[in-house]
Design a protein around this ligand. Sequence first.
Ligand code: NAD
Length: 490
Amino acid sequence: MEKIKVLKNYVNGEWVESSSKETVNVYDPATKEVMAEGPLSLKDELNQAAEAAQNAFEDWKNTAVPKRARILFKFQQLLMEHKQELAEIITKENGKSVNESLGEVQRGIENVEFAAGAPSLMMGDSLSSIASNIEGTNYRYPVGVVGGITPFNFPMMVPCWMFPMALATGNTFVMKPSEKTPLLMEKLVELLEASGLPNGVFNVVNGAHDVVDGILENENIKAVSFVGSKPVGEHVYKKGTDNLKRVQALTGAKNHTIILNDADVNQAVKEVIGAAFGSAGERCMAAAVVAVEDGIYDEFVQKLKTESENIKMGHGLDEGVFLGPVIREQNKEKTIHYIEKGEEEGATLLLDGRENLSDDGYFIGPTIFEDVKTNMTIWKDEIFAPLLSIVRVKDLKEGIKTTNESEFANGACLFTDSASSIRYFRENIDAGMLGINLGVPAPMAIFPFSGWKSSFFGSLHTNGKDGVEFYTRKKVVTARHLEPTFSEEE
Ligand code: NAD
């Protein structure tokens, strides 16, 4: 029998074996094949990585900004050349279709492209005359060592929200990838090395909560970027700030879509299916609840059901597959539990994912409930699976009112042809990322990824100018200039 590979950590430019005896299996969720074992590294190992990052910081922070940017340009070029290979690794470890993975790789590359603009993004500002002969200048500097903690659902895009900008602005980095999808990180390291990144600037420590707590306690680590579920994000934010670190924690979601009578129904159905069932609903921007206005309700629901019945499930690498598995057996079981709960609490099951269970992998079919009410568990909880709830509303106002009852506020979408409805929605909805006539309103890298309420803890989001702010600190120089002396002849 072939020996299963045990992943290593990447510290100071070397792949090193973890001394931990404990490992977790990394599965292909579509086949249950064990592809590797990831070590549950120890706090000591995290501390060594943070020390390596701290040592590397001294040179890296003094490396000219355009030179740092040039390494990212090279990295971007290598990512483009390896797009297909990167996408296939993502599909193997995460389960999403290879088309979705290619989209994810593209999104990650856009972050690298944005970060390569560091020479302009890091510019400070100045005023030549704040008083007689006195000028003020504001310079930006890196923060130090940054710790990154990422979820299983975007093994490329989410890490790329963090380290490209952190490195471009002069910080060094210790990354803890999700223990469920840690394989892509090996390839990213290989490409970073090939781009000429000096040793110690980027480090990877595999593991779970011990490494996370290590990051939150380590004195060399000055800032922490977290993306994951709400309970863990809350812990990371509280403990990290208690230890006087900068923390940004992007957390759970329950995204609502409102469909008005004047929407293009076919377009709405197509977009909602992509948003609810793409990536098996394991997206922080997935559509989880659709509120449909009375006049279009029957037509929308009928078309949605018919189209959803035709979704092709299977291994994400197979031709034409749209819906892959969820990440683990527990996630499949949890989804079944929510389907039972929905029935128990009185919602009407329109499409039952349990009819499409498969023991080949962690598969569960698309599930749709209607007659869902805001007091039901399936309306309230983040389920993170291909399960969609439909609510009937009498108008936009009621759609917004119900949406705003959610504790989460990551994204919200509106389907309509009315400019006044769009404006009303924008001004009254509680959510940080809005979509108009589209299903997944994930902003491009130039904008912040800006969840509200329980979907985010902190003040500065990832990406956009927020990312630059989060990874830099400022130094303001106030300088009095002496009068020059001139020779007497002049
Ligand atoms: P998770 O919270 O279980 O894990 C995230 C990270 O935290 C992982 O690296 C994991 O090892 C670590 N972790 C898990 N339990 C921990 C504990 N008890 N103590 C310390 N660390 C712990 O999340 P997940 O299941 O990997 O990812 C799905 C979640 O991520 C969903 O809630 C989803 O909404 C969220 N997410 C949010 C965004 C966003 O932008 N808001 C983006 C992607 C995913």
